[in-house]
Design a protein around this ligand. Structure first.
Ligand SMILES: Cc1cc2nc3c(=O)[nH]c(=O)nc-3n(C[C@H](O)[C@H](O)[C@H](O)COP(=O)(O)OP(=O)(O)OC[C@H]3O[C@@H](n4cnc5c(N)ncnc54)[C@H](O)[C@@H]3O)c2cc1C
Length: 468
């Protein structure tokens, strides 16, 4: 009998897993991909309606982790891979009504080259001297993990953390630096702190040891696709659809054990029997679904918090701006007048080949721990955006196009101790033959991390079929 497999969740994790299973299976399989919403891609969503690329979620992937690049090439999108604009470097930090350059030489939150820090106007004189306390302060003692913010605040002071390190480091996770796990989000800092007491000195030694730094990748550290990341979703969708069933608008209620494997129960009570299941939904959904796990195991999943986010994409006439958009955009530390957490000047950041003469901008809203965001109507969000654009950039014109992308429970938060939690979830999943649980909540939120987990899960299942 043909082997039946169900993949639950049609974000990049589920799509990549379904694609890889279909590729690697030695025999034809009956695969069903089940997605709750009416579209595939999960948080990846590209709007091309204005003739320019406006990303509603992620806009790039790291080249250093090769899985997204490899998958794009494998799907025939190699010619569409583009890099960041080589003429534009770095972003600004918006503080006290002004744009400031991000000081040179801050790596993983550690100020390695102090000259850059001494020049910045983001810190006053005594705040700059406080950085030097790192050279003398004894090592902080803690068990295996500590909040990233606690370590950095102790060594470098609050002003540096609030205005420089936090906006730079918490952006990726939409997280609160005082809660994020250092072991997961900046493991290199734990290594440095074990080597000697000053993080600055140890980071400098580390930089010197890497005598020949890796050559800069052509196109920069990050890459994207010329028509937006939606093309990756579209390419995966068409490959998967050609060999499998895709059910949209079909939330899964429950996955139950059966004699031959699993029963995947949809909200409309349709049941899909399968020998193997890949669960590729956010942790809180997996917790709800995995009915046969014991309560403590499900709690491990359910207790991973997520941050709500919104991205506002807006398209302006070039005349709306009276300053050069000469960096990739800006970061906004907490406690400024504006609510926006960051802005991207899309055309400055990316070499998209679109030719329409307009200025697309992306603005980010939502911070970990702030639950007020999603209670606002789109109108209220847009009026906050217009107010912030006025305050930060002096833009008073209305955009010619605007769109609010709401992403409730968008980003898993790796809190202190997350490593142990993720390991325990992995262990729980391994007890069930034919079941794989994947997603961004284990150890990397990046698209390449999600694809890597998807590839691994698919390969492990295929291996188990061969040996079983
Ligand atoms: C605003 C934002 C910007 C980002 N920027 C970047 C970036 O630039 N680069 C980068 O590498 N990463 C970035 N990330 C992170 C990265 O995009 C995500 O970690 C990744 O896309 C998550 O993919 P996923 O498939 O695991 O989860 P999701 O995309 O959340 O997909 C899960 C899917 O499961 C479905 N689902 C949920 N419940 C059920 C159910 N009961 N039944 C069936 N289906 C269900 C959902 O509808 C969804 O489609 C960003 C994330 C966000 C939110």
């Amino acid at each position: 009998m043909t082997r039946r497999v169900v993949v639950v969740g049609g974000g990049i994790s589920g799509l990549a897993a379904a694609y890889r299973l279909l590729q690697e299976s030695p025999e034809p399989i009956e695969l069903v991909l089940v997605e709750a919403s009416e579209r595939l891609g999960g948080v990846i969503q590209t709007d091309r309606s204005q003739g320019v690329v406006l990303e509603g979620g992620p806009d790039s992937f790291l080249r250093r982790k090769p899985e997204a690049l490899q998958l794009s090439e494998e799907l025939g999108l190699g010619a569409e891979v583009i890099g960041t604009n080589p003429d534009v470097r770095g972003a600004y930090i918006f503080h006290n009504g002004r744009f400031h350059d991000i000081p040179d030489g801050v790596q993983a939150g550690v100020p390695i080259r102090l000259e850059g820090l001494f020049k910045t106007e983001l810190l006053n004189q005594s705040e700059k001297f406080r950085l030097m306390a790192d050279l003398a302060l004894p090592r902080l003692t803690f068990d295996e993990d500590i909040a990233l913010g606690r370590l950095l605040r102790y060594r470098f002071g609050d002003a540096y953390v609030d205005r420089i390190a936090a906006p730079m480091m918490s952006g990726i996770y939409a997280g609160d630096i005082d809660l994020l796990s250092c072991a997961v989000t900046a493991p290199q800092l734990l290594k440095l702190q074990q080597r000697g007491r000053s993080l600055i000195q140890e980071a400098q030694k580390e930089a010197a040891r890497a005598a020949r730094p890796a050559p800069a990748a052509p196109g920069g550290m990050f890459a994207t696709l010329a028509r937006g990341l939606g093309s990756l979703v579209d390419a995966l969708e068409s490959r998967v659809r050609s060999q499998a069933r895709v059910l949209l608008g079909s939330p899964v209620e429950k996955v139950a054990r059966t004699e031959g494997g699993y029963a995947v129960v949809l909200a409309n009570q349709e049941t899909l029997e399968a020998a193997d299941v890949i669960v590729a939904v956010p942790a809180y959904q997996a917790a709800r679904m995995l009915a046969f796990w014991d309560d403590a195991e499900r709690a491990l999943l359910a207790e991973i918090p997520y941050a709500d986010l919104a991205v506002i994409g807006a398209v302006y006439q070039p005349t709306a701006f009276n300053r050069p958009l000469n960096k990739t955009g800006f970061l906004v530390p907490r406690n400024q007048v504006a609510e926006m957490t960051a802005g991207t000047w899309v055309r400055s950041k990316w070499n998209y080949p679109d030719t329409v003469d307009v200025v697309p901008v992306r603005a980010f809203y939502g911070r970990a721990g702030d639950v007020s965001l999603l209670t606002k109507a789109d109108d209220a969000m847009m009026s906050q955006f217009r107010q912030d654009m006025g305050y930060i950039m002096g833009v008073t014109d209305a955009p010619q196009y605007q769109r609010v992308f709401r992403i409730p429970q968008a980003m898993p938060q790796y809190l202190v101790g997350h490593q142990r939690r993720a390991a325990a979830i992995r262990e729980a999943a391994q007890r069930w033959p034919g079941l794989r649980v994947i997603g961004s909540y284990f150890d990397g939120v990046g698209i390449p991390d999600c694809i890597r987990h998807a590839n691994q899960a698919a390969s492990e299942l295929v291996r188990s079929w061969r040996s079983g």
